[in-house]
Each structure stands twice: as structure tokens, then as C-alpha cells.
Design a protein around this ligand. Structure first.
Ligand code: NDP
Length: 489
């Protein structure tokens, strides 16, 4: 029997739950069984108006508070998230299907780190003073206003925090739209922020599908859009934001390379490749789904990788021993299986996995076994397109220049990784890779202190770190004349 996770209302606006049935029903399913766990309604444009109006009103006072005051609220919210980590993790597991062994450490916990970090930073957000030889100028770092934030379904509460924490620290208000597939945890974040002392209306949640997102993006009261989603959605959202000359942060998809040189510690490289392909059942934007392995260690790498992959425990996401849960939905499973079929058709060598198991008690769950293709060629669809599932492509290479060129031959540029013990080669290779977020002898670690984001079609702007402050504030320049005005008229 699953716990009751039905929220008290669909939306959270002005500090309270709001329901407005006009927008059609959204059902949240537990991906492990297909059971309906909650029902909410999509926001109509009238509901989006209500949320933006509440945010505009609340932002005026919030933006005038000192950074120290704002920071205290965010840090209190971080503590509350940590206190409730187990319940929030269970909720996230039910909404996403990700195993509880992951959600306990990676979701609300990462959100809490982000709130803590930006809570600590809030008091030091400042402009600068510029000496002009007598006269001077200074800059004010001001909030943008109301931020429209739109999330994907793979890390719902983490994405909400990664957007809300810097936005709120800088004095903005937020209207957040979660993915229709994972509507629940953002409502809990809204409750927690309110309890921590955030004034009503500063953080609001509206539910909905892409259409609600579109209404939010086009709303004249919104100053900035921060989206986490796919490249096609990013293009549509950026174009709509462009029509209103709005600021944007775009965290989009990827097909990132992970390069294993023949001097690498092979066990670490295998671990990195598994982390970068199978965590969250492969539904991570920065995954290193093209694993390039130097010829001399190719066979040994594949051998160790296959043995360790064979031991991954699929099953009940709420059982702490489970290492991989189902995909988010049946639709996603169909998509992933069609890529596996494409890999077979195009002649890649299926080393392990490839099938959708029927697990006892979870026959309706959208599971796919961790899958490895070897001897993958650069032109194959599985090596070019984002699959967003547990499907790793392993490719062989001979030379550094060759692998860098092949790694960069993609429209994406979110992330990249290199495994080698040669420090000069490590830094040289990373410098030559077209990617926003890189790792040397590691993969997919994203501490809040480090900027995160992509280049090329993978995105614009950066989340986390001090860099995020630039994306949630605008500069006002103020010239101060200390002498008389000498007009030529
Ligand atoms: P989508 O692009 O389908 O959706 C992202 C969000 O945008 C959802 O909330 C969606 O609503 C909404 N949306 C869809 N169309 C529009 C529109 N026209 N205007 C405004 N909003 C819209 O992505 P997924 O949810 O399927 O997430 C997977 C994708 O996200 C992958 O490509 C992945 O790489 C990327 N991603 C990127 C990350 C990064 O940081 N770079 C991190 C995590 C994921 P709804 O879903 O309700 O239709």
C-alpha cells in the first residue's frame, strides 16, 4: 500500500493552495506500477495571471529586503528540507520512479545545499564603485523582477531549488511550473519556503503541460525565463522569450563524450562510465553516453564494465537495496526501446541488456535493463541523439586528436569527461573539448559551488555558483558628478 501523496491543491499561489479545475486533469503515476498516485489540474491562463500578479506584488517588498534577511530565510528552508529528507525522498521516488537509494542523497539533499549556498551568498551580492578621477560611478545589482521557471521531470525538487535559490537570493519572485509528469515535490518546496519565512507570493507553483509553460513564457509580467528541458522546447521557449526581450537561462539536452585513455585507472573509468549512464536509469542531461575508449584497453574496459553492469539490481524503487528503477513513463520506455532497436539495426554490438524486463509485482513498471552497445560508429543514431535512458554507446579510438575531433562532432555541448593519469594530456584534452561542464577522472559530480551549464545547443547561462548571480540580477550604472557641469552650449 503506497502512502497518500495527494496534494491539498493543484497550485500554490500567494502563500496558499489554489484549485481551479478549468485547465484539465493531470494524473501523476508511480512509474514502477502505473498506479495513479495524485491528480492535479493544469493552470489556465487566468491561473497563470493570478500567480504572476501575486509574484509581482510580493516581489516589491522582497526585493527591498537586505541580502542578509533574504539569506536567513533560504538557510532556514535548507534546514527544513534536510529535516524532511526521508519523506521528500519517498515522494520523489513515487513521482519519478528513481530508487530511494538515490533520492535520499541526490534530490532534496542537493536542493538543500543550493538553498544553503545562495542563502550564504545573499548578503554579499553587491555592485562596484568605479573611480573616475574626482567624480565616480557605482553599480547596483538589482533583481530582475518575476522569474518564470520551468522544470523537467528527472530531478523535480532539485531543479526547483536550483532555480529558486539564486532567484530568491537576488530579490526576485518566482512562478515555477514543474513537468506535468512530476507535479508534487515543488508544492512541498513552496510550503517549506513559506514556513521558513518567505513572504506569501514570492514563490508560486502552477501546474500544467507545455501550453501552460508557453503562457508563462509569454506573460508580460515575467522578466526572465529559466528552463530545464529538451533542445526543441528550448528553441521554442527562447524564441518566445526573445519576442519579449526577456532574459533566459537554458539548461538543455546533451550527448556528452567520456574519453578513456589507455593509461587510465580502468576501475575508476568503468565506475565513471556507469555513473554517467545508469544513475537515475540514465535520465540525466549531462550523461556521458558516448564512451570513447583507447584501443589498447578497449577489450579489458568492456569486460569489467559488462561484469559490473550485470550486477546492477533493478526492482522496487522503495526498497533501499534497489539500484535502478523504472523510466519515468511507458512513453519514455517505448522511446528508449526504439533507440535500442535502431542500434541493433545499424550494426552496433549489443553487449548486455537491451530488453524491458517484467519484474514480479511490477509487471506494469516501465523498466529497461541497463544496456551497453560496443563497436558503435559515430554516425549511428544511438551515438548522435539524446536517448535519455540506460543505454551506453562504447566507441574505440586510437589518437588524442582524433578523439577530440569526434567528441566535438555534435550539436550538443553540455558536458565531457576524461580519464587519464597524464595531467598534461588531461588538461589539454579538456581545453579542446566543446562542453560547458567537464570532469577529469570523475563524472557527473555537480557540487553547488561549481557553475553548471552547456555550450552550443545544450544551453545558455549557468546555474549554481557565483555565476548564477549574474543571471538573476541586472546592473544599474550610476554616474556621480563631484564638480560643476561644463556644458558646451
Ligand atoms: P521537455 O523539453 O519536454 O519539457 C521541459 C519542460 O518544459 C516541461 O515542464 C514541459 O512541460 C515544458 N514545456 C514544453 N513545451 C513548452 C513550451 N512550448 N513552452 C514552455 N514550456 C514548455 O523536457 P523533459 O521534461 O522531457 O525533460 C527531459 C529533457 O530535459 C532532456 O532533453 C534533458 O537533457 C533535459 N534536461 C536538461 C538538464 C540540464 O540541466 N541541462 C537537466 C535535466 C534535464 P510538460 O513536461 O508538462 O509538457
Amino acid at each position: 500500500m503506497l502512502p497518500d501523496v495527494q496534494p491539498r491543491g493543484s497550485h500554490f499561489i500567494g502563500g496558499a493552495y489554489v484549485d481551479a479545475p478549468g485547465g484539465g486533469e493531470i494524473t501523476s503515476l508511480y512509474p514502477a506500477t502505473g498506479e495513479v498516485i495524485a491528480r492535479v489540474h493544469a493552470a489556465t491562463s487566468a491561473t497563470v495571471d493570478q500567480a504572476v500578479d501575486a509574484a509581482l506584488e510580493a516581489q516589491r517588498a522582497w526585493g527591498r529586503k537586505s541580502g542578509a534577511e533574504r539569506g536567513r530565510v533560504l538557510r532556514r528552508a535548507a534546514d527544513l528540507l534536510r529535516d524532511r529528507n526521508r519523506a521528500l525522498s519517498q515522494l520523489e521516488t513515487m513521482d519519478t520512479g528513481k530508487p530511494i537509494s538515490e533520492t535520499l542523497v541526490a534530490d532534496a539533499a542537493s536542493g538543500a545545499d543550493c538553498l544553503d549556498y545562495f542563502g550564504g551568498l545573499a548578503a554579499s551580492i553587491a555592485g562596484e564603485q568605479i573611480d573616475l578621477g574626482g567624480s565616480f560611478a557605482y553599480t547596483r545589482r538589482e533583481p530582475l523582477g518575476v522569474v518564470g521557471a520551468i522544470g523537467a521531470w528527472n530531478y523535480p525538487i532539485q531543479i526547483a531549488c536550483w532555480k529558486a535559490a539564486p532567484a530568491l537570493a537576488c530579490g526576485n519572485a518566482v512562478v515555477f511550473k514543474p513537468s506535468e509528469l512530476t507535479p508534487l515535490s515543488a508544492l512541498h518546496l513552496a510550503e517549506i519556503l513559506l514556513e521558513a519565512g518567505l513572504p506569501p507570493g514570492v514563490f508560486n507553483v502552477v501546474q500544467g503541460r507545455g501550453e501552460t509553460g508557453r503562457v508563462l513564457v509569454e506573460h508580460p509580467g515575467i522578466a526572465k525565463i529559466s528552463l530545464t528541458g529538451s533542445v526543441p522546447t528550448g528553441k521554442a521557449v527562447m524564441a518566445a522569450a526573445g519576442a519579449g526581450i526577456k532574459h533566459v537561462t537554458m539548461e538543455l539536452g546533451g550527448k556528452s563524450p567520456l574519453i578513456v585513455f589507455d593509461d587510465a585507472d580502468l576501475d575508476s573509468a568503468v565506475g565513471g562510465a556507469m555513473l554517467g549512464n545508469f544513475y537515475s536509469a540514465g535520465q540525466i542531461c549531462s550523461n556521458g553516453t558516448r564512451v570513447f575508449v583507447q584501443r589498447r584497453v578497449y577489450a579489458a574496459f568492456l569486460d569489467r564494465l559488462t561484469r559490473r553492469t550485470d550486477a546492477i539490481r533493478l526492482g522496487d524503487p522503495l526498497d533501499q537495496a534497489t539500484q535502478m528503477g523504472p523510466l519515468i513513463s511507458e512513453q519514455q520506455r517505448v522511446k528508449v526501446l526504439s533507440y535500442i532497436e535502431a542500434g541493433r539495426q545499424e550494426g552496433a554490438r549489443l553487449v548486455i541488456g537491451g530488453e524491458a524486463p517484467s519484474l514480479p509485482g511490477f509487471e506494469k513498471g516501465s523498466f529497461v535493463r541497463p544496456t551497453i552497445f560496443a563497436d558503435v560508429q559515430d554516425g549511428m543514431r544511438i551515438a548522435r541523439e539524446e536517448i535519455f535512458g540506460p543505454v551506453m554507446s562504447v566507441l574505440v579510438f586510437d589518437h588524442e586528436d582524433e578523439v577530440v575531433e569526434r567528441a566535438n562532432d555534435t550539436e550538443f555541448g553540455l558536458a565531457a569527461g576524461v580519464f587519464t593519469k597524464d595531467i598534461q594530456r588531461a588538461h589539454r584534452t579538456i581545453a579542446n573539448l566543446q562542453a560547458g561542464t567537464c570532469w577529469i577522472n570523475a563524472y557527473n559530480l555537480t557540487p553547488v559551488e561549481v557553475p553548471f551549464g552547456g555550450v552550443k545547443r545544450s544551453g545558455v547561462g549557468r546555474e549554481n555558483s557565483r555565476a548564477a548571480i549574474d543571471h538573476y540580477t541586472r546592473l544599474k550604472s550610476v554616474y556621480v558628478e563631484m564638480g560643476d557641469v561644463d556644458a558646451p552650449f
